[in-house]
Design a binder for this molecule. Structure first.
Ligand SMILES: [Zn+2]
Length: 169
């Protein structure tokens, strides 16, 4: 299992120098250690989880987003409510597992399905032509979104590395 810091550092809860500096630079936080530990322990009896990759953990207001490697979502689904209960026992929030991708359309589908955006486009902004993703959602569907606009932007940026602007038209 690939986690956001070394498995050994997680299970011993003694961080090596690189992991310690990740913690100090806020690339990771305590939640990475705790959730990593839950996943490692759970995988001892559920060996199909040993191959998953955890890329990023985002702790938002009421939801924890766990960004997984491609193809890993079905393994988490298989782990089911048993794993979910362990995670909720640590922190009582919703858990949303998202597969990493370079494809904005796939990511947005995973985040807002069954809602389909009106349009998704990447624009280049002067002066440095940095990329920004623009997503338009029908305003009549805004109330049906299961995810806040703020979380949409945070998760999109974490996965794709571009600023994402969601608008309701
Ligand atoms: Zn380490």
């Amino acid at each position: 299992m690939q986690l956001t810091l070394d498995s050994l550092c997680i299970s011993s809860k003694k961080l090596c120098t690189p992991c310690q500096s990740k913690l100090e630079n806020h690339e990771i936080s305590q939640i990475d250690i705790e959730i990593g530990n839950i996943l490692l322990n759970f995988a001892k009896e559920n060996k199909y989880l040993n191959t998953i990759k955890v890329k990023n953990i985002i702790n938002s207001h009421d939801t924890v987003y766990i960004i997984l490697g491609q193809g890993d979502k079905e393994k988490i689904v298989r782990a089911g409510v048993k794993l979910e209960n362990l995670l909720k026992g640590y922190i009582n929030k919703n858990f949303n597992f998202i597969e990493t991708t370079k494809n904005p359309k796939k990511l947005i589908k995973d985040l807002i399905s069954p809602i389909i955006p009106i349009s998704t486009s990447t624009i280049m902004l002067p002066p440095d032509w940095s990329k920004e993703l623009k997503v338009q959602i029908n305003k009549t569907e805004k109330a049906d979104l299961q995810i806040s606009s703020n979380d949409l932007s945070i998760v999109t940026e974490a996965v794709l590395g571009v600023y994402a602007h969601y608008s309701y038209v």
